[in-house]
Design a protein around this ligand. Sequence first.
Ligand code: NAD
Length: 483
Amino acid sequence: MVAPKLEGGAERTCSIDGGLKTTMGKQAAGAPGEVGSASRAEDLNPFHIAQTQFDNAARYIPDISPGLAAFLKLPRRMIQVEFPIETAEGEVRNYIGYRCVHNRARGPGKGGIRYHPDVTADEVRALASWMTWKCAVLDVTFGGAKGGIICNPKRRTKDDLRKITRRFISELGDQIGPFTDVPAPDVNTNPETMAWIYDTYDMMHRGSNNLGVVTGKPVDIGGSFGRNEATSRGCLFCTQRALARGIVKGLNSVVGTDVVVQGYGNAGAIAAQLYADEGARIIAVSDSRGGIYSQNGLDPAAVLDHKRKTGSVLDYPGTKEVSNDEILTIPCDILVPAALENVIRGDNAHEVQAKVIAEAANGPTTPAADKILFERGIQVLPDILANAGGVTVSYFEWVQNNDYEQWDEDEVNLKMHVKMERATDAVIDKQREINGSLDELNARREKNGRDTSPLVPVDLRMAAYILAISRVAKVTLERGIWP
Ligand code: NAD
């Protein structure tokens, strides 16, 4: 039988979880100990990483029962749909899309939709679980969800992308909704995509206020002022607060810092501009084709203009070209990964020369890298905190939609500032609390008779996880396990 035609020529194969995956995805990344290069010796499956992070953090929460931990670790629901569209060339092409709800204890599922040839079921599961913890860290009343379609948007026309979006949303049907699961933008999706999602859902649910079914919409269709910049602005607020709290000795603000940004899309390009506006010098940036470096500093707006005209940041005048690997090891104060997962790994973390890493991207740092960075004294502001400005303003958009309101941009930014500072403080305080009570925690673990390997000091990611898991566990028990 001839395999159906999938984007990028990928072929379908059955995976053990009963889903479908493609031969070109990164899901195949090796199991621990797999033979290969140093990086492949590390398990780079994002869902395995998310589960490892959960397991490591849960050890610090003595009151969480094994059954509850198992429930919180696994996604509630994973939907896979397959559908065709007729492309601009008149060809019928088939696509696979996923939507995963990881947890809804604290509110409706919430999370972006990604369009990328390397989307896999496990990547979507990982991103959905990170959303649960992120919403809990920020204390917004959402659970965690995520979606993705295996496609290469660079090879599709705008019309194709609209058809892909509409068909995907119609296939999901009532599995999304303003009070059940609310999508948002992610890699290669934007306010225009969100407008198509809203319109499709609204066509299927006439006669009610459906604006809250999706966030990140254009401002004139119920989008919130400040949403487009929110991920990057939140990352800046988090960095400013953490530096002011003294997490890096001798570096109390972003003023005068050298900043490197990997990824020049929504999160990266806006972050570069906002850090520069606050007095930082952006010395290197990159996109999928490579990076550029200038010790004198770059003008982020001019680089973005160049990227819009030429399709890449490369060849921006007066800069030196650097590879996507090199950019991560340039000496700087603040490194902002703002592209995809697994870029800082066990095989390159020892070469990172930043004082602090502010994760605008989801999952850029692997557990092996975290360990190395912690030992080297490099602070990591974890994704579930540092890039949470996006979901925080998505939450504000949803509140405005449900109340038929539109707030001023200043109001949105101020409210987000308060939430980001509060969450940053809570994570730093949790780290101090845990690291100051290891003896007591170890004694309790020994008494419980469970795994007795001693607990060691935690980094900020583990502190954020411990905070988030405790919050979701508490709400789950308050609601009571149904029935
Ligand atoms: P985007 O599609 O707007 O931009 C992605 C950028 O990454 C592009 O410039 C692309 O060229 C670049 N890129 C891809 N592969 C690369 C590589 N190997 N090296 C360097 N650059 C590479 O996507 P986005 O919305 O900016 O998302 C980026 C990251 O931020 C993702 O991890 C996403 O999950 C996370 N994030 C986004 C939001 C949001 O609201 N958009 C919110 C929270 C987190």
